[in-house]
Design a protein around this ligand. Structure first.
Ligand code: GLV
Ligand code: MN
Ligand code: MN
Length: 418
């Protein structure tokens, strides 16, 4: 914690907003959003833009074998573990202008405002850009932080392919070729602490009229893939009883699951976000359907019971089709360190910003960072709670308030000599 007389640097709000505007051009969809899926040309372009701002300041950027980017502002004690902050620059295919980007630009603002104020911190401060947080091109989500924390092997991650057959390994090689000047570092970077600023992506802060959410936990999440095999047949001639329609089987299964898993308390989150019908021809009975189920709940036992129910229901034969499932990702709920949540709370109190403790419904790289070091997250409101949508919007004053609380928290953790 800080001594009472310590003067903390003020972040430059105008610069922070301007940088969000510049990033919004990178991968712009023309409908107000961005498409910068992991390791795409657009993702590399966003990193290039970020690196151009960093090199103007003389920070030392490095990349690890899974493509996580680290940008260090050296402190007085460069051998001490740094205080880390950051988020992600990759987006959903129809992503907004704040999910992930805010945490990276707010983190950069922490480094730059220290420079502007001529302050040397005791510990180094390091900005992290995690690779493939979204998982929309290469599943699962939070891949870079999971590999960094040892929760997924590098080999398993490199072998993941996108729908066109391109592997992470190939995409990463192409990506690294764009940045030949980047320093390399081994996997497993850690620090004294990690603090991530992020938009809430839900409606609570707005409804409660609070400007800062102090995240104490992230709810659990399972991602499953269900694979149904039927038999392709002519749509005009095949009678019902002769059909093995994989799409019909999927509908029956989903109806059963929705009724079995119905949660009157509305805490469970159940989403089928990807649904592929093969061969995808209007006049052929579908021979195969593959879809994903994203399941979330804050109680690990409840989540696992639901997951087991899905595995049991999604097996055997339905409507004469073969049904199988596999678990793509299990991430149990995590609790953040009270040492960090208390630092964030103290920062919000010092700046007189209305705040509240809360659970994160979305998952984040902070989940895996918390395996290695004390971690916390700072949420700011987003309009109507809309996220994973091109219409995602944030009040600029909230960007500034969130970045200031991040800066105060990081600087306090890094320490400055008074
Ligand atoms: C992150 O984008 C999530 O799916 O929660
Ligand atoms: Mn995010
Ligand atoms: Mn996201």
């Amino acid at each position: 914690m800080l001594k009472a007389q310590t003067v903390l640097p003020l972040i430059n709000g105008g610069r922070l907003i301007e940088r969000h505007r510049s990033m919004a051009f990178v991968g712009a969809t023309g409908r107000g959003g961005v498409n910068r899926q992991a390791l795409s040309v657009e993702d590399a372009e966003a990193r290039q833009l970020l690196l151009s701002w960093c090199s103007a300041r003389g920070y030392a950027p490095e990349i690890d074998p899974i493509g996580n980017l680290f940008i260090r502002r050296a402190g007085k004690q460069p051998d001490q573990p740094p205080v880390m902050t950051g988020s992600h620059l990759d987006t959903q295919p129809t992503g907004g202008n704040y999910d992930g980007i805010f945490g990276v630009l707010a983190g950069l603002e922490v480094l730059e405002s220290l420079d502007d104020a001529g302050i040397e911190t005791e510990r180094s401060v390091e900005l992290v850009v995690w690779m493939n947080e979204e998982g929309s091109r290469f599943a699962p989500a939070t891949m870079g932080s999971a590999v960094s924390a040892g929760a997924m092997t590098l080999e398993a991650a490199l072998n993941v392919r996108d729908v066109t057959g391109v592997s992470v390994q190939q995409a990463l090689e192409d990506h690294l070729a764009i940045f030949p000047e980047l320093g390399r570092r081994p996997l497993g970077s850690s620090g004294r602490a990690f603090v991530e600023a992020h938009i809430e992506q839900g409606p609570i802060l707005e409804a409660e009229r609070r400007k800062i959410g102090i995240v104490n936990a992230i709810q659990g999440m399972c991602t499953l893939e269900v694979d149904i095999t039927g038999f392709e047949a002519h749509a005009g001639t095949t009678p019902s009883l002769n059909r093995q329609d994989a799409f019909v089987a999927a509908m029956v299964l989903l109806e059963r699951l929705r009724s079995k898993l119905h949660d009157p308390a509305d805490v469970l989150r159940f989403t089928v976000g990807r649904f592929e019908v093969s061969p995808g021809s209007s006049n052929t009975v579908p021979g195969r359907v593959v879809f994903t189920i994203d399941l979330r709940h804050p109680d690990v036992e409840y989540m696992l019971r639901c997951c087991e129910t899905i595995r049991a229901f999604a097996s055997g034969t339905i409507e004469r089709c073969n049904v199988n499932s596999r678990l793509l990702l299990r991430s149990d709920p995590v609790q953040f360190a009270t040492s960090i949540t208390e630092e964030i709370r103290a920062a919000a109190v010092r700046r007189n910003i209305p705040h509240m403790g809360m659970l994160s419904g979305a998952t984040h790289d902070s989940r895996y960072a918390s395996f290695k070091m004390p971690t916390g997250m700072i949420f700011i409101p987003c309009e109507k709670g809309i996220s994973h949508n091109e219409a995602e919007n944030v009040d600029p004053q909230d960007l500034i308030a969130g970045a200031q609380v991040l800066s105060d928290t990081v600087v306090s953790l890094a320490g400055i000599s008074s």
